[in-house]
Design a binder for this molecule. Structure first.
Ligand code: CA
Length: 233
């Protein structure tokens, strides 16, 4: 596999130094920016495979940087944040982050998540899977595009993987932990709420067709061709 590139946008140089050391050891190429404006410049220059983005940046906030990157492409973004309140977490996902890590973190944890996200996006490029559809939602694994009634819907990589996994097996009930392991690729701290956040955003983006994702109370989720969005016996 070609050398993968990670862009770190973080104003604290100590954190950048530690992350760079660990990621380089993983055989990754690392480029760094200490603020958002430089981060976006480097994004355009280097076309990284993944962005590690600090939320609390001087000048342009991490939120704005994420929004700017999302306008350019679907490169996975992992947010680094000292804020852990739930609404901020949700806000992070609304902005198109694929994952987020709360400070203080262990560099090993960051490496594990980077590896998981890169593995997913690498796999996705090699897949030659058939198009699948659920209700009027069409999922094209090769181009990683989704349309609802023929209209394109922009999903994050995580939202896409969640939908694709469940839509491939209509009727199958997935536990949240199972979805986290399949889609995020590791045991996530507070993984249930994380999966719930992604599902919530996914449903919002699917509009009326969100009913094809059913909540199975106390268990998890499933896709259904004739779903009501609610629990069914
Ligand atoms: Ca910071």
């Amino acid at each position: 596999m070609a050398e993968r590139c990670v862009l770190i946008i973080e104003d604290e140089h100590k954190i950048r130094d530690v992350l760079r050391a660990y990621l380089v050891r993983e055989g990754l190429r690392v480029v760094e920016a200490e603020d958002g404006a430089r981060g976006i410049e480097l994004y355009d220059e280097q076309l990284p495979d993944l962005v590690l983005l600090d939320l609390m940046l001087p000048g342009m906030s991490g939120e704005r940087v994420a929004a700017a990157i999302r306008q350019k492409g679907q490169t996975p973004i992992i947010m680094l944040t000292a804020r852990s309140e739930e609404w901020e977490r949700l806000q992070g996902f609304e902005l198109g982050a694929d994952d987020y890590i709360t400070k203080p973190f262990s560099p090993r944890e960051v490496v594990a998540r980077v590896r998981a996200v890169l593995k997913r996006s690498g796999h996705a490029m090699m897949q030659d899977e058939p198009v699948c559809s659920i209700a009027t939602v069409t999922i094209e694994p090769v181009s990683r595009t989704v349309t609802v009634g023929g209209v394109p819907v922009v999903l994050t990589a995580t939202e896409f993987d969640l939908l694709h996994e469940m839509a491939r097996h209509p009727g199958k009930v997935y536990r949240r932990a199972q979805l986290a392991a399949l889609v995020l690729g590791y045991d996530h701290e507070s993984m249930e709420r994380t999966i719930d956040s992604h599902i919530k955003n996914l449903r919002r983006k699917l509009g009326d067709e969100a009913r094809c994702i059913e909540t199975v109370h106390g268990v998890g989720y499933r896709c259904s061709q004739t779903g009501s969005g609610e629990e069914r016996p």
